[in-house]
Design a binder for this molecule. Structure first.
Ligand code: NDP
Length: 446
């Protein structure tokens, strides 16, 4: 019977039902490994994970647009409505050539647990396109996003499904999409988060994922009587999450020595201070240049085609993309003395890397807990939109900080073993699952 199957049988079914979706299989397996022993002890939850692993709805659509040469381009658009048991679907849109159904299903699946951990009433969703904003003009990005939203608007709404940004979707893209939604629907509503401050956005939303990740790392470090002061921090990525993780880690006394993009990483042993970070923000968010330009500007090393995990550090904050820490790189980090890995990106550590972290019992915060600050603050943006109010920077930051402290507490509650070791993977998976599962049980077989 479906409800009495073991982990191997469960995964075999998931793989058979969702062929050629390796990222989705990986994400489901990681959660199932934590949940199977828990469900064994709490049999009322039998069968629920199987339901959560099946999206409630998937939309796939054609996105035609005209480039600057007047030529027709065709991309593929997606929206996954994974689970709406505890609130409207909520989760970002990713524009990147690596986007596939598998990648978005893995992200939507993770989002269900993450959103539950925030304690806010948000279901899980995700979407995006294989469109690559890199090298496109503002005009081309606008043409594409308008076409994308022309189709997407049929499926979303302020009380049903509220997308946000992710890789390749920042303030510019959210602006163009919001404009198109408003034009098609004649509604000024909180249908997207990550909006500009003058038109319904929330203070601290741009900073929230990076700040939240560092707040979570800080809580993990506290359990060992440690903090960021004087620690060497290695960060990957140089986009939204990496930028604000750098800022907060530096404010707390850490020295951030690396940033990266898909072409390589910079190593600045003197540390990326506020002035250098201002250069990165301008370079990445306005000029849309490559991180190698940082090395030219500040006279440090640029290592082409490599990731930064070989650089000796105390704390690692992977903030670029999925599977960016291989098993070997995970071992290198641990062998070089890294005591804390806090995932700003979604699933950046391969299963082999996670194994290396857990084996050596270092502090390891999985993305669904450690990067939940972004969606939590999106939830706060939704609340402000509904109230037609704007909270101050201090108020939003304090709420974000408290949410991260509470997520840490939840992980501790569900992840602490008899020896006192906190397995944050189990903690986040079980802690996120319980609320969604209880809601699904209460709402009947839907
Ligand atoms: P951005 O688009 O702002 O930045 C992404 C960064 O990662 C860029 O430096 C990019 O380099 C690099 N990158 C992307 N894909 C790859 C790849 N395949 N290989 C190497 N480098 C890559 O995205 P965000 O900062 O918003 O997102 C980063 C991560 O954080 C993602 O995993 C996202 O899902 C996660 N996240 C984001 C949240 C948010 O609020 N924005 C919330 C929670 C999680 P390049 O420019 O060369 O592509």
């Amino acid at each position: 019977m479906a409800t009495n199957q073991n982990l191997e049988q469960f995964m075999a079914k998931v793989i058979a039902k969702n062929p050629a979706e390796p990222e989705f299989h990986q994400a489901v397996k990681e959660v199932a490994e934590s949940l199977f022993p828990f469900i064994e002890e709490n049999p009322k939850y039998k069968g629920i994970l199987e339901r959560i692993a099946e999206p409630e709805r998937v939309f796939i659509f054609r996105v035609p647009w005209l480039d600057d040469k007047g030529e027709v381009q065709i991309n593929r658009g997606f929206r996954i409505q994974m689970n709406g048991a505890i609130g409207p679907y909520k989760g970002g849109l990713r524009f990147h050539p690596t986007v596939t159904l598998s990648v978005l299903k893995f992200l939507a699946f993770e989002q269900v647990f993450k959103n539950s951990l925030t304690t806010l009433p948000m279901g899980g969703g995700k979407g995006g396109s294989d469109f690559d904003p890199k090298g496109k003009s503002d005009n081309e990005v606008m043409k594409f996003t308008q076409s994308f939203m022309t189709e997407l608007q049929k499926y979303i709404g302020a009380d049903t499904d509220v997308p946000a940004g992710d890789i390749g979707v920042g303030g510019r893209e959210i602006g163009f999409m919001f404009g198109q939604y408003k034009r098609l629907r004649s509604e000024f509503t909180g249908v997207l988060t990550g909006k500009g401050l003058d038109w319904g956005g929330s203070l601290v939303r741009p900073e929230a994922t990076g700040y939240g990740n560092v707040y979570f790392a800080e809580e993990m470090l506290k359990t060992k009587g440690q903090n960021f002061k004087g620690k060497t921090v290695v960060i990957s990525g140089s986009g939204n999450v990496a930028q604000y993780a750098t800022q907060k880690a530096t404010q707390l006394g850490g020295k951030v020595v690396t940033l990266s993009d898909s072409e390589g990483y910079i190593y600045d042993p003197k540390g990326i201070d506020a002035e250098k970070l201002a250069f990165v923000l301008e370079l990445k968010n306005v000029k849309r240049g490559r991180i190698s330009e940082y090395a030219k500007k500040f006279g440090c090393e640029f290592v082409a085609g490599k990731r930064p995990w070989g650089v000796k550090c105390d704390i690692a904050l992977p903030c670029a993309t999925q599977n960016e820490i291989s098993p070997e790189e995970g071992k290198t980090l641990v062998n070089n003395g890294c005591i804390c890995v806090s995932e700003g990106a979604n699933m950046p550590s391969t299963p082999g890397a996670v194994e290396a972290f857990l084996e050596k019992k270092i502090l390891f915060g999985p993305g669904k807990a450690a990067n939940a600050g972004g969606v939590a603050t999106s939830g706060l943006e939704m609340s402000q939109n509904s109230l037609r109010l704007s909270w101050s920077r201090e108020e939003v930051d304090e709420r974000l900080h408290n949410i991260m402290i509470n997520i840490h507490k939840t992980c501790e509650k569900y992840g602490k073993d008899k020896s006192g070791f906190i397995n944050y993977v189990n903690g986040a998976n079980i802690g996120g699952f319980v609320k969604v599962a209880n809601a699904m049980l209460a709402q009947g077989l839907v």
